[in-house]
Ligand binder design. Structure first.
Ligand code: SF4
Ligand code: SF4
Length: 237
């Protein structure tokens, strides 16, 4: 049964099982995302896709909130723009994201969002803990200093590869992405070296070793293709 709602005053029709994000995308309405990746389940962790819904004092994540009949959604208000800029600034303050010396410079979703929300400076004190770089895998590397803890790699490894090598250890900003029981990546006995985590990563935290900046493009769209192909059992295209 279709639902009728408005997004930014535009009347749209959506399936009842769709999220606000899916309905907005179908209507070509842009909502910024960071922890969402097509092909993976949503966790609503980064809060970039928060929207205003009439009747709710709380801002709601568009990626995990289902559409409802008569919903009135706003995706681009002054309050939301200020909030999104604050989220990006806090991420830049939390760990080291000096783009000029990052392998993902020019291909980074965090950098792109910084530009989109007009972040020209960071109003918070930089924390910049010194975290490690794991180069123990023969093909891939992980720089924890660039990680924004979006868990896209965790979900790609679990839901698309089925290896469940990656997990999150610790709490809050002190969390760390680990492999198996926190062993160096190259010593993981469950990792298949498929590279799906690297494709899923929105920043320079996961990278192919030996790639130049120009080459280190995260091919995230391939993951949505793999997911769709598996569900529809279409492998020869
Ligand atoms: S390379 Fe594949 S199996 Fe290994 S950690 Fe990444 S997604 Fe998981
Ligand atoms: S390594 Fe990349 S994909 Fe994984 S949590 Fe960190 S930023 Fe996200």
């Amino acid at each position: 049964m279709p639902r009728t709602l408005t997004i930014n005053g535009q009347e749209i029709s959506a399936r009842s099982d769709q999220t606000i994000l899916e309905a907005a995308r179908d209507a070509h309405i842009h909502i910024p995302v960071l922890c969402h990746l097509d092909g993976l389940t949503d966790v609503g962790a980064c809060r970039m896709c928060l929207v205003e819904v009439a009747g709710s004092n709380k801002l709601l994540p568009a990626c995990t909130t289902r559409v409802q009949e008569g919903m009135e959604v706003r995706t681009d208000t002054e309050r939301l723009r200020a909030y999104r800029r604050q989220i990006i600034e806090l991420l830049f303050a939390e760990r080291n994201h000096v783009c000029a010396v990052c392998v993902a410079n020019g291909h980074c979703e965090l950098q792109n969002l910084g530009i989109e929300v007009g972040m020209d400076h960071v109003r918070y004190d930089y924390i910049f803990p010194t975290l490690g770089v794991d180069l123990s895998h023969e093909r891939f590397g992980m720089d924890h200093n660039r990680c924004i803890l979006c868990t896209r790699c965790v979900r790609a490894c679990d839901q698309l590869e089925g290896a469940h090598t990656i997990d999150v250890m610790g709490r809050g900003a002190k969390s760390l992405i680990i492999r198996d029981m926190n062993v160096p990546w190259g010593e993981s006995i469950t990792c298949t070296s498929c590279g799906k985590c690297v494709m899923a990563c929105p920043t320079g935290a996961l990278f192919k070793q030996g790639s130049t900046v120009a080459e280190m493009v995260h091919d995230a769209e391939k993951l949505a293709f793999l997911r769709a192909a598996r569900e529809k059992r279409v492998w020869n295209v």
